[in-house]
Design a protein around this ligand. Structure first.
Ligand SMILES: O=C(O)c1ccccc1N[C@@H]1O[C@H](COP(=O)(O)O)[C@@H](O)[C@H]1O
Length: 214
């Protein structure tokens, strides 16, 4: 059985980024969305990205970003993947791929009910990875990063046609259970390794990685 992939997302300091790498994260995520408490602007992103070793993938998280913003992120951070966390339709992913062919495209799919899992199907041919995340409330400021979880049993019978991951409300105490139920090949966390929104904790990052890898 292959080792589970771990993405620690919403990193904004060198210390917490280094902790994610040290404790076994395969992916590190940087949020570029002004409304987010984890927003990192281009200059900071460049500095953080430069610390990431080659074996760890750099993922930029954006919400309905335009081509200029994506270009800036790709150039400044040398991103490996872009996590599209807004209302981007399959055609938008196809357009981004045409313009940025080297960039892996992840599509976040918000989940509350079984019907939401099916909403991933139209992205099968245009996304490199589907990330199932908890649906946030209508009119919430953020489409993710709120520490909300969904019913993991909705994914228990999921038969993926490609790579996928589980996100939303994961933390050191529940991630092993989430993996057991869903058999997700990748887990993604932000709020669950924080002491408050936007402030990551190195001990929680270590505990999350240990629990996910156990
Ligand atoms: O973290 C944010 O502020 C954010 C903003 C905009 C889009 C997505 C965001 N976060 C991502 O949401 C998932 C789940 O996070 P959590 O563990 O439930 O807090 C994750 O990919 C975050 O990076």
């Amino acid at each position: 059985m292959s080792r589970i992939a771990i993405k620690i997302c919403g990193l904004s300091t060198p210390e917490t980024l280094d902790a994610a790498v040290k404790h076994g994260a395969s992916h590190v995520g940087f949020v570029h969305f002004a409304k987010s408490p984890r927003h990192v602007a281009a200059e900071r992103l460049t500095q953080l990205a430069a610390r990431v070793p080659d074996h760890v993938m750099k993922v930029g998280v954006v919400v309905n970003a335009d081509d200029a913003a994506i270009e800036m992120l790709v150039q400044s951070a040398r991103l490996d993947a872009l996590q599209l966390h807004g209302d981007e339709a399959p055609a938008r992913l196809a357009a981004i791929r045409a313009r940025f062919p080297a960039l892996k495209l992840w599509k976040a799919v918000p989940v509350k009910t079984a019907a939401d899992i099916a909403a991933a199907a139209p992205y099968a041919d245009v996304a490199d990875l589907i990330l199932f995340d908890a649906k946030t409330p209508d009119h919430a400021d953020l489409p993710g990063g709120m520490g909300l979880r969904f019913d993991w049993t909705l994914l228990a019978e999921y038969r993926a046609s490609g790579p996928w991951g589980l996100s939303g409300g994961l933390d050191p105490a529940n991630v092993a259970e989430a993996i057991r139920i869903t058999r997700a090949p990748l887990v993604d966390v932000s709020s669950g390794v924080e002491v408050k929104p936007g402030m990551k904790d190195v001990d929680k990052i270590a505990a999350f990685c240990k629990a996910a890898l156990s």
